[in-house]
Ligand binder design. Structure first.
Ligand SMILES: [Zn+2]
Length: 119
């Protein structure tokens, strides 16, 4: 059989396409629920950099990881833009932007605190 999305040749009993990551046909009972749960915990199409940036952003409230979240977020966004330009189906942009905002905010706060402490 062929993938209805990208026409890739697949085994006859295939329920998803490894090429374009689309799902089709009738999934076995429980398949979809389990798969959805897994992709909720581990975003399968997000880049590792954007995942790292997302976690660093969450820890930005501790101030110390904030500059790392900012840097990781910028790198993740550049990486995602580059991959998307190449036609790769990649996610994680929201996480990258979240990391830039959180990281930027708490880095700024840390800088202001340091300036205040110095005066
Ligand atoms: Zn496909």
């Amino acid at each position: 059989m062929n993938c209805p999305q990208c026409q890739a040749v697949l085994p006859d009993n295939a329920i998803s396409c490894p090429h374009c990551k689309c799902r089709f046909g009738t999934p076995p009972p429980g398949y979809d629920a389990a798969n959805t749960q897994i992709s909720y915990i581990i975003p399968t199409n997000a880049t590792w950099l954007s995942i790292a940036a997302g976690y660093l952003a969450l820890f930005s409230v501790l101030v110390i990881p904030a500059p790392f979240a900012l840097i990781a977020g910028i790198l993740a966004l550049l990486d995602i833009n580059k991959r998307q330009a190449r036609g790769e189906k990649i996610g994680g942009k929201g996480r990258a932007i979240f990391a830039i905002i959180m990281g930027g905010l708490f880095t700024l706060m840390a800088v202001l605190m340091l300036i205040n402490a110095g005066m």
